[in-house]
Design a protein around this ligand. Sequence first.
Ligand code: MV4
Length: 498
Amino acid sequence: MKIKKLLVANRSEIALRIMRSAREMGIVTVAVFSEADRNAPFVRFADETVCIGASPPSESYLRIDKVIDAALLVKADAIHPGYGFLSENADFADAVKKAGIIFIGPSAESIRIMGDKLAAKKAVSKYDIPLVPGTEKAVIDKEEARKVADIIGYPVLIKASAGGGGKGMRVVQSADEMNEQMERAISEANSAFGDGSVFIEKYITSPKHIEVQVLGDQHGNCIHLFERDCSIQRRHQKVIEEAPSAVLDEDLRKRIGETALLVAKSCGYYNAGTVEFIVDEKLDFYFLEMNTRLQVEHPVTEMITGVDLVKEQIKIAQEQVLQLKQEDIVINGHSIEIRVYAEDPSNNFLPDVGRLNSYKPPLGPGIRVDDGFEEGMEIPINYDSMIAKLITHGRDRSEAIERMKRAISEYKITGVKTTLPFAAFAVSHKEFVTGRFNTHFIEDYFSPSELDGKIDQDELVVSSLIAALHYDKTMPPNNSSSGLSSSKNKWKQRLRDS
Ligand code: MV4
């Protein structure tokens, strides 16, 4: 069935991203928005719009009833959930289907299995898929927990079955910590997820976080689009992602890709999904979990494969047969993404809300910016503080890195502090450049003092103005024809000289 009208149940950059592909396919787009987003670019972009409630997500973007009512009101024939919000809510997928609307994603059943980490392990156990040594079932008894840990060896991790994405994990270093950590883990899992089931795994201490993009249709065809390396994270929030990974060779890439396809097969997966692995120092890999949605970092895969993942998602939801064959998917060059958050990297990444007094994204060869804001807009406090994703593509990794450095220096954001200076630090770091980094990159190499002496944009503007005033007073008039910008360069020169 051909989709004619698509409602996007999301906001900001990802709502825009999805509507852009839909429009290229001749599909009418509908934005739903909260009061905080009334003037956002994604609302202006849409062909039709529906306000679904107040600013808190619990009163708008998380309301299954309001989203479905909006879709019925405008007679949308499909809903794309984006990422976050309702995207991995199996009840939402069920409710959409029950309302006679197409859900752009996998079956509710696949979402349910992969959302429960123990159910996911059970599902994949019918294939030869490497799992981290650990328990197959929930552990309640502390004595049993200690027995298991003694066998697999410390350190171990206690994970909540209903968790995922790093939520509800606890490292246990030795047997004497076990009782206390088990108690905490179970009670946390109960209050956070309403499900106190926890399991135990050997803790892989310094892994790389590697994930494989898959696409499956509703006719049993499934392909993978290679891997992304998302090892640079802060408190389980990804900061830098790239494709392909700098450390996989052709053989490992083939094996991890084929394993990802088996994971997808184990739950009858269709639409776009991501299979997460950790890779240890010996380059052994283990399946961790599957994310049953389009991910934030999908653009790096699009850049290296040339595949528009959102268009494929829509075609799959229309029950079309996947036209892409595994042999057609080849890696072209290298792509890196940095997430630009309204956070202050000099102050423990504290969210910095405010107004984008100036906002000028970079342009030029090999650059893609997926953003959701424009100059003059306030960053709402109700949501994630991501302003944009900056993505570069190059013929090889080194060109992608150099482009990223150039793009960051061109990006002009004032009014709020951003993570751009941190990103500049990270992509210039020796261990990033060599590819020898793991999930501990930030704690191992970053401290706020790394950014000392890097003047932020606001300060630069103010000091340029001061310099300009000073300069114009002391120089002959015809010499200051280029005004502020030449004064600004002088100021930079002075900084270099001092
Ligand atoms: C692990 C692990 C090491 N050993 N499991 C984090 C997100 C979720 N998908 C599972 N995650 C991990 N599971 C075992 N047995 C390491 C991670 C992990 C991580 C841990 C600490 C700090 C940052 C991390 C980043 C990615 C993955």
